[in-house]
Design a protein around this ligand. Sequence first.
Ligand SMILES: O=C(O)CCC(=O)C(=O)O
Length: 256
Amino acid sequence: MVWQSLSSKHFAKLSNTTKDYTTTDDLWEEKGYVVLPKCLDDDLVDQINADIQTAVDEGRIDFNYTQRKILFAYEKVPVLKKVINHKGIVAKLEELVGNKVVPFQSINFLKGSEQAAHSDSVHMASYPLGGLIAIWVALEDINEQNGGLFYYPESHKLPYATNADVGNQTGGLLSPNPNKNYEDYVQKQIADNNFKKEHFKAEKGDVLIWHANLIHGGLPHLDKSLSRKSMVVHYFVQDHICYHELSQRPAVVKGI
Ligand SMILES: O=C(O)CCC(=O)C(=O)O
């Protein structure tokens, strides 16, 4: 017996690799996302923005290597837990996946990520597949200049991509740039399937929920004098094995 890095190949021979998350929400089934307009009130959003700025100014939180993402800020900025544990949001997430959800990470943005098209399932994978769901929270109005969110409706119906599909090494051997191989693969999927890009025309307090396999990313942030305050929370679905396909690492549960 030997230990190995965890990835989708370990589940490929098991039954029920992909779970059927059939819900009553037609938009979710058809398009792969749902919008909760004006889900957060202005007072809460203002407090979040003020507390994030203070924590940045005081050096209690910082951007990761992308210089765009502040990860796990809820550990230092308690008000963020009001979003993560928001009863209305969590109830909707649990309705959509038909199970309990457990927060995995928060990401806060002050500028657009400009992140290339991707689906979260290859970064945060699960057995059975699809045991992830995410929210994108507008902490201010988004326009065509400040790098909002884009997505490709219906792309969630594609098969879940694995390292093997995108030409990456498996079994604990990491390719030199697994993410680049994956992003090239996604571009081909978009072209082959003729998916149409849409922008989330979000107003302060709006929340968009996306499916684990929905292709999405960050629009160019054209006017850098503008901010783009937003927050993402990724939730794993309870009772799933959770791991990171591209980097072949497991994810473990910690109380939030
Ligand atoms: O907010 C953005 O610009 C994109 C965020 C994103 O794609 C993600 O967190 O998965």
